[in-house]
Each structure stands twice: as structure tokens, then as C-alpha cells.
Design a protein around this ligand. Structure first.
Ligand code: AGP
Length: 634
């Protein structure tokens, strides 16, 4: 979603800002812009140089090449449209009427309509449809008032003006502000949206996410909610909302990556699918190493007491992370025998279940920045803290791929799945890392609750340890098969995925993957549910893809597939090669394996099929339309 980059330094800001924006491109955006404070030494004046462009960053670059934006202090932005279409006029930065104050924002200003109509009544003309534009106008208004009160032009005046405006804003935001009259000052502030300050040599770079800092610095300070930072070439001053100075040292962060390159792959998504054996290998080395006692074979970073007295688990997540959570809940209930429920994070916040005792709440988010998930976790924390009884105390666990994310700062117990930066908007290797983490939790709870014998636990651990090799072979085979099969989907408009039991969430995930990147309408159903309605959609034009692995629901899924075949649907099976699976018109074969670990394998063919269908259609696989990698608004 929107990306902010801002710089105070001694070098020309624009190239550094553009480089930073490039590294945030993966978050998803539809327009971009930047502004610098340009000093005209001959005329002894400063002004804002601002350029904006619809579409990809290359459009902005071209514009700046034609007409440069000089200055050592600047702000840049990639916009993912919320209020107002993805057009140049709505791209950030937004300026006040005098053109002297420029602002970029990530988030949503919920009371923008009221603020806008107040400003319009005072004669202010707006040039965009965004919620953000109220901010520069309001800051400008405050600046005029403060000047009238006799405040001296400079950083402190701008700080005061920005703080007064923040006091009236409702919603979640991260902002960066520059002002032509105070040319060496940058103000940044945040509330429920990420903003980090990187300390370089004689310069400071602010950004929404760590990849923007690669090649710049590893020394980073993360701004907390309701804090504001006044940044000049001399240093960074942090203030709380009451204007009190706060002192906090930056931290050296380890192991953040830039978006590297695609290597020999055409798209990041394909590269990331191929990286999954390595994801599994790294996860196993870290969390399921050989040599640990069978009673506690999983090396998550918590004391044993962390798991004490947990009676129930609730999992909050969105999109693909929610599908991983659904497989997780199946494992926790069916393998480990502990009750587990999965919630859409966006729904949970406003309709939570009644408080139950001794609950572990797990938030799953690969980016660690999903606003819905963070807000749901925070609501749950607050309502439990308000109870003041030990059995209702809030116990939270985060599962993420970004150790330096907002989730990691918000939740004290975090498992980093360690999949490495995922650039493709469609989650693939992070899904695998999330699934593996739930296997780890299921093993821990099965051991603690003695719901499985040590033999059964050891068997599951061994199956997981054999996964990297299985994945390697599977990906190579299915890459070819999926490419071939993708030709059949040239005019397909609807696809149905069927799965049951532990593979039902894989059907949901397969459908999500396909719609995200190919824009083909796809639905996932529990196979037994098809006859209760969706079967009406079937004819020869609608492919039905059934996920069928040997186990308790194998025959049932095959019968449900037959029902589709009887309606002329083209039947594709993600299933082992067996006499029973000859019913499929096309088989995407998976190795015969235990039902428990089957989702780790059945997810692969549909990832590759979606990829090849979208790539054949010539679509922007890594940055599909309308989607963002980090969904930082609710
Ligand atoms: C995955 O392919 C999607 N891009 C999307 O559904 C994603 O899983 C969802 O937005 C949640 O993201 P998170 O894991 O970063 O919280």
C-alpha cells in the first residue's frame, strides 16, 4: 500500500527518494510523486518543486528527467488509491494553496469530509479528491496563526503547526511534511501506520518499510504512535503529542533485505515459488532441528511456561494468512486436540466472541503491517486487560515474516517464519512458512496435552524434515505441467476449487491466488457443499479443480468430483496417481503421503497453475491491479 520516503541530507534528495520508492514498489501502488525544497540563492528564496505521475515510477522518473527537482530535503510517495481515482491530481505530495507546504500521507483520515467542508467554507479551493489534501491546508492555516502570534519562522513553528493539525485528525496515518520557508526541516509523524527513521552519515531517511533503507543504513528508529519527529541536518528530535521531548536510541537492525533481483526468473512470484524448498529447509533448521528431545522437538523462542494453561486458541488473520490459519486450526484441533477458531481479523474487531478463559490469541500476517490484523489484536488486548482477572488475561502470539514490523513491536511473543523478503503481491513462500509454523504449534500442543503418542509426533517431525526434497521435485514437475495446462484457460471466466478437511483451506487459497493475479473469477468450496448451490454454476465452460489426498475424505472428494463431471465440467485433479484418480480429465499428480502434511504439497500445483495462467495472459503478475503487499488501511 502507500509508501513514504523522506530525506534530509547534504546530497540531492530526488535520486535517493526515487531509489527508496523503487524499493517500496512491491507494496503496490498506482501513482507516485515527490517534492523537494529548492533554494534559489540568487533570489534568496525557497520554493517547493513537486512532480507527480499516474502509473509506474518510470513515469515519474521521466518527468523529473525533463524538469529536475533540486534540493537536499524532500518527500516521496507511492499511492494506492483509497479516496479518489488513481489519477495524477490525486497523487501525493499535496500542497496548500500557497504551494509552500507539501505533505505525503499513508493511511486514512476518517474525518476528512468535515475538515474539508470547513476549509471550503473559508474559501480554500481543493485540487484533489483525496482525504490527505486537508492536511497541508490545515498546516498552512496554523502557520499563519502562529506567525500572527509572533512565532519565529523555523522548525519549531512548523512542529507546532503540524502538532495542532494532528490533534484534529481522526484515523490512521503516517505523514511527512516540508515547508518552503524552513528549507532544512522535515517533520514526520504517525498514528497506527508504520514510519521508520534511518540514520545515515550526515543524512536521515524516513520510510514506511525497511527495504527502503537497504544500501543506506541499518541504524533505524521506529516512531511510535502519536509521536512526531523534527529532523534537520543536525539531528532528530522526537516529541510526544503534548510536545514533550522523548529520548530513544535507534537500533541496529539485522537481516533486512532489499528486493534483490529476479535472477533468471520472469517474475518474482515464480522465483518465490521455486524458493519454497529453501524456505522449508531454513524453517526446519531453525525450528525443528535434529537432536532435540522428542518430548519438545520444536525450538520456538518461548519458555515452556508460555504454553501453560492454554485451553483455547483464536487466530486472527486476513487473506492468505487466514487460509494458513485455517489449516493451522485443523491441525491444532484434529492433531493436538485443542480447540482453535479462525476469524477474519476485519470482522473480529467489531464482532468478537464473548470472552473465554485461558485463550491464546494468534495474529498471522506475513507483512506484519496489516491494519485489520493489528487493530483486532490491539482491541482484544484492551478488552482482556480491562477484565483484571488472570483467566481472561491477554496472551498473544504473532506469526510474521517481518521481524522488524509493527506486529513485532505490538506483540511481545513473535515467531519469525524467516522466508526472506517476498516481493510478489501473491503470497507463496510466506504461506508455506506460516503453514510450517502451525505444524510446529500443533506438535507442541499435542506433546503437552499428550493427545498424540511420541511415535505419532516423531512421524510427523520426520515427514516435515523430508519436505524440502519433496517440494524440490514437485515444483520442477508442476512448473512444466502447469505451463502446459494453462493453455486450456485462455477463455475461462470461472473456476471452482474443491477440497475437504485439511485441504479445504487449500481450495480457498488456490481460488484466491487465481483471482488475484489472473482476474479470473474463482471460488473455493468444501467439496460436500457444492451440491447445496454452487453446482448450479457448472457446465462445460467451468473447470472444477479437486484437491484429493488419500485419507479420511478421499473417497468423498472423488464422489463430489464425479457430481461435477456429470454436469459436463472439465475435471482437474490435484491428487496422487491411482486407479481411483483416473476420473480426472487432467491430473496434477502429488506424491502419496500422509494426509497431515498434504496441504504443504497440494498448495504447489495451484500456485504454479495460477502463475502460468496469468503470465500467459501477459498480466502484471507481481503487482496485480488494485492489490497491495502491505494493506495498511482498515
Ligand atoms: C495474498 O496473496 C494476498 N496478497 C493477501 O490476501 C494477503 O494475504 C492479505 O492481505 C494479508 O496480508 P498479511 O499476511 O501481510 O497480513
Amino acid at each position: 500500500m502507500c509508501g513514504i520516503v523522506a530525506l534530509v541530507g547534504s546530497r540531492e534528495a530526488s535520486p535517493i527518494l526515487l531509489e527508496g520508492l523503487k524499493k517500496l514498489e512491491y507494496r503496490g501502488y498506482d501513482s507516485s510523486g515527490l517534492a523537494t525544497v529548492t533554494i534559489d540563492r540568487d533570489n534568496k528564496e525557497s520554493y517547493i518543486s513537486c512532480r507527480k505521475a499516474q502509473g509506474k515510477l518510470t513515469n515519474l522518473l521521466r518527468l523529473i528527467e525533463k524538469k529536475s527537482t533540486l534540493g537536499h530535503v524532500g518527500i516521496g510517495h507511492t499511492r494506492w488509491a483509497t479516496h479518489g481515482k488513481p489519477e495524477e491530481k490525486n497523487a501525493h505530495p499535496h500542497l496548500d494553496s500557497s504551494g509552500k507546504v507539501a505533505v505525503v500521507q499513508n493511511g486514512i483520515i476518517e474525518n476528512h469530509s468535515l475538515l474539508r467542508s470547513n476549509l471550503e467554507q473559508k474559501g480554500i479551493k481543493f485540487s484533489s479528491d483525496t482525504d490527505t489534501e486537508v492536511i497541508p491546508h490545515l498546516i498552512s492555516e496554523e502557520i499563519s496563526l502562529l506567525k500572527k502570534e509572533g512565532h519565529k519562522i523555523g522548525g519549531s513553528l512548523l512542529q507546532l503547526a503540524v502538532q495542532k493539525v494532528l490533534d484534529v485528525l481522526k484515523g490512521s496515518y503516517a505523514i511527512a511534511v516540508i515547508w518552503a520557508e524552513s528549507p532544512d526541516v522535515l517533520i514526520v509523524a504517525k498514528s497506527q501506520a508504520p514510519l521508520l527513521i534511518g540514520f545515515g552519515e550526515g543524512e536521515f531517511l524516513c520510510a514506511s518499510d525497511t527495504p527502503a533503507f537497504s544500501g543506506f543504513t541499518r541504524t533505524i528508529l521506529s516512531l511510535e504512535d502519536k509521536e512526531l519527529a523534527l529532523i534537520t541536518p543536525l539531528g532528530v528530535e522526537i516529541y510526544d503529542s503534548l510536545g514533550n521531548r522523548k529520548h530513544r536510541a535507534p537500533k541496529l537492525i539485522s537481516g533486512y533485505e532489499s528486493d534483490s533481483d529476479k535472477g533468471d526468473f520472469k517474475h518474482f512470484m515464480l522465483k518465490e515459488i521455486f524458493e519454497q524448498p529453501e524456505t522449508a529447509e531454513l524453517w526446519i533448521t531453525r525450528y525443528l532441528p535434529n537432536g532435540l528431545p522428542l518430548e519438545s522437538p520444536v525450538a520456538f523462542p518461548f519458555e515452556d511456561s508460555f504454553y501453560d494453561s492454554i485451553e483455547e486458541i483464536q487466530i486472527l488473520a486476513c487473506g492468505t494468512s487466514r487460509h494458513a490459519a485455517m489449516v493451522g486450526a485443523y491441525l491444532l484441533e484434529q492433531f493436538a486436540g485443542i480447540s482453535a477458531k479462525v476469524f477474519f481479523a476485519s470482522e473480529f474487531r467489531y464482532a468478537p466472541p464473548p470472552l473465554a478463559r485461558n485463550v491464546l490469541t494468534i495474529g498471522v500476517t506475513q507483512s506484519g503491517e496489516t491494519a485489520d490484523t493489528l487493530a483486532a489484536l490491539s482491541m482484544e488486548y484492551e478488552r482482556r486487560s480491562a477484565c483484571n482477572q488472570k483467566v481472561f488475561a491477554s496472551r498473544q502470539l504473532g506469526i510474521t515474516n517481518r521481524g522488524e514490523s509493527s506486529l513485532s513491536r505490538q506483540v511481545s511473543n513473535v515467531i519469525d517464519i524467516g522466508a526472506g523478503l517476498e516481493v510478489g503481491v501473491a503470497a507463496t513462500k510466506t504461506f508455506l512458512g506460516q503453514l510450517l509454523t502451525f505444524y510446529g504449534l500443533a506438535i507442541i500442543f499435542a506433546g503437552r496435552r499428550k493427545s498424540r503418542s511420541l511415535n505419532e509426533i516423531s512421524e510427523l517431525c520426520n515427514l516435515l524434515r523430508g519436505l524440502p526434497k519433496q517440494l524440490r521435485d514437485l515444483i520442477v514437475t508442476h512448473n512444466k505441467l502447469a505451463e502446459k495446462l494453462s493453455h486450456k484457460f485462455s477463455s475461462t471466466k470461472d473456476v471452482i476449487f474443491l477440497g475437504r478437511g485439511i485441504n479445504y483451506p487449500i481450495a480457498l487459497e488456490a481460488a484466491l491466488k487465481l483471482k488475484e493475479i489472473s482476474y479470473i473469477h474463482a471460488e473455493g468450496y468444501p467439496a460436500g457443499e457444492m451440491k447445496h448451490g454452487p453446482i448450479a454454476l457448472l457446465d462445460h465452460k467451468v473447470p472444477v479443480i479437486s484437491i484429493a489426498n488419500e485419507g479420511i475424505v478421499f473417497e468423498k472428494v472423488l464422489s463430489n468430483a464425479q457430481e461435477a463431471k456429470a454436469r459436463d465440467a472439465c475435471l482437474i485433479g490435484i491428487a496422487p496417481e491411482l486407479p481411483e484418480t483416473m476420473i480426472f480429465d487432467h491430473l496434477l499428480p502429488i506424491p502419496r503421503t500422509s494426509e497431515w502434511i498434504s496441504p504443504l504439497l497440494t498448495a504447489i500445483p495451484s500456485q504454479l497453475l495460477s502463475y502460468h495462467i496469468a503470465a500467459r495472459r501477459g498480466l502484471d503478475v507481481d503487482q496485480p491491479r488494485n492489490l497491495a503487499k502491505s494493506v495498511t488501511v482498515e
